[in-house]
Design a protein around this ligand. Structure first.
Ligand code: BES
Ligand code: ZN
Ligand code: ZN
Length: 481
């Protein structure tokens, strides 16, 4: 699959197609590109709210002017630019243009966001077509003129985009082609390639550690579970104690014996989206050499059905020693996450963030545009993460973890039960996880935005890679504070 490349434009006069970002108040700055008559035309059309203009230049090259809407707030302005970039994709396809040089004439330079939206929107997953070229609507290159971005910024964005694509690819891989060991191999390969460390705990080790949650969920599967540990520890790390990222890695969730309805079950190949995001973030952090010490943990397995499966009513003993009455085998994510959260304690982490496609309740309550966040981290961290949510438009809403929600998790046979009453299911899931933490922690339920049936702007359909841009932004700022 060919994916878009961002690069700095070569020196000298360009023979490329050209795309110029402009704004209503700055149309005169188009004078190096447009004749007076053309500028007058653009001025009139912009007054009637037109935004995109196409001019033919010698040698059959297209000159495009995109007039961006001005927004008072920077975060809205960046999102506007991303969406505008994605909109332009369609026009470029229409003109059969697969590359251009980007120029900026706006006072607030939004070229990177514009290219980001365009690149993200151009993503396709064509691997399993026999003739993918027939389906391909690829965008190949975006060259940045010096007016648009610095080479360092372009490279950083290119790496971040590759991380998002990598996460999307993993989510989009069907279970037939992506089992627990594939995710573990992706962890090892990526770490080896980009200079961070990785260790994969195999089933015997998981057994000797008594990771009862992970073992219970994976029991019905012929594929053994894996527990992936990644570490990016640069010598210039700003944090004394690590920041731990935990991702749910259920490569397929049938629900187990509490089987899901067949309608929409195909969706459940997305159930390792949290894990994919954690791996992709480690990759982006290492490649861009973020000065933050990060540990990534991904418990990996599938939730299948066989005579060995756990049955509703079973009691299991978790890695932490806590006993859990499993009343619904479809509430599996919290079982493996709980083991990973307990594992994280040994690092005495400064902060732990977990990402998981954890509950249908999160989707029903807030839909596809929102990450549900909850946890015990301090207000400052919560504020920073929320801010990163607005910066990247991977937005979140905080839900309460009041102790009353935890009452529903009392079992009359074990320490905890794995499901509550059915109301506010995303919160009872959070309460369950909280039980296994003793450090500042935030849980991100990404069940809504991780996988889309239809595209939403530059968030393409199927796996979205949600969380990669969010956490990258968060980590970058975390390193600065
Ligand atoms: N992986 C699902 C959650 C999910 C649902 C993700 C829809 C994405 C879209 C999770 O393992 C699950 O099945 N949760 C149950 C929990 C319930 C049984 C308490 C749910 O939310 O229905
Ligand atoms: Zn489930
Ligand atoms: Zn699940």
């Amino acid at each position: 699959m060919k994916r878009v490349q961002l690069a700095v434009a070569p020196d000298g006069p360009t023979k490329d197609h050209q795309l110029i970002l402009s704004e209503k108040a700055g149309l005169t700055r188009l004078s190096p590109w447009l004749t007076d008559a053309e500028t007058a035309y653009v001025e009139q059309a912009v007054a009637r709210d037109a935004q995109r203009f196409f001019f033919i230049r010698p040698e059959g090259k297209l000159l495009t002017v995109h007039v961006l809407k001005v927004q008072s707030n920077l975060q809205l302005a960046l999102e506007e630019a991303r969406l505008a970039g994605n909109e332009m994709l369609r026009e470029l396809r229409h003109h059969k243009i697969d590359g251009f040089t980007l120029y900026n004439t706006c006072e607030d330079n939004r070229s990177l966001a514009y290219a980001e939206g365009m690149a993200l929107g151009s993503y396709q997953f064509l691997k399993y077509y026999t003739n993918p070229e027939k389906k391909e609507k690829a965008l190949r290159t975006i060259h940045f003129d010096a007016s648009a971005a610095s080479s360092a910024d372009v490279l950083e964005l290119q790496i971040l985009l590759e991380a998002v694509f990598f996460a999307r690819d993993m989510v989009n891989e069907p279970h037939s082609h992506f089992k627990a060991h594939h995710l573990a191999e992706a962890v090892r390969d990526t770490a080896f390639r980009y200079g961070f460390t990785a260790e994969v705990l195999e089933k015997d080790k998981i057994e000797s550690l008594n990771m009862g949650g992970l073992l219970a969920v994976s029991r019905a599967s012929a594929a053994p579970p894996k527990f992936c540990i990644m570490e990016w520890k640069p010598s210039d790390a700003r944090n004394a104690k690590p920041l731990v990222l935990v991702g749910k890695g259920v490569v397929y969730d049938t629900g187990g014996l509490s089987i899901k309805p067949s309608e929409g079950m195909d969706y459940m190949k997305c159930d390792m989206a949290g894990g994919a995001t954690v791996l992709a973030v480690c990759m982006a952090a290492a490649r861009n050499r973020l000065p933050v010490h990060i540990i990534g943990l991904i418990p990996v397995c599938d939730n299948l059905i066989s005579e060995n499966a756990i049955v509703p009513g079973d009691v299991i003993r978790m890695y932490s020693g806590t006993t859990v009455e499993v009343l619904n085998t479809d509430a599996e994510g919290r079982l493996l996450l709980a083991d990973a959260l307990h594992y994280a304690k040994q690092y005495q982490p400064e902060l732990v963030l977990d990402l998981a496609t954890l509950t249908g309740a999160a989707v029903r309550a807030l839909g596809n545009h929102v990450i549900c966040v909850m946890g015990t981290a301090g207000d400052e961290v919560k504020k920073q993460l929320e801010e990163s949510g607005w910066n990247t438009y991977e937005r979140m809403v905080e839900l309460p973890l009041w102790k009353e929600f935890g009452e529903e998790l009392k079992s009359n046979i074990a320490d905890l039960r794995n499901v509550g009453s059915g109301n506010a299911g995303m919160i009872t899931a959070g309460k369950f996880l909280e039980h296994f933490t003793d450090y500042p922690w935030l849980h991100l339920d990404i069940a809504g935005p991780a996988y889309l049936r239809t595209a939403n702007g530059y968030r393409t359909k199927d796996g979205t890679g949600v969380g990669v841009r969010l956490l990258y932004d968060f980590l970058k700022k975390y390193a600065k504070n």
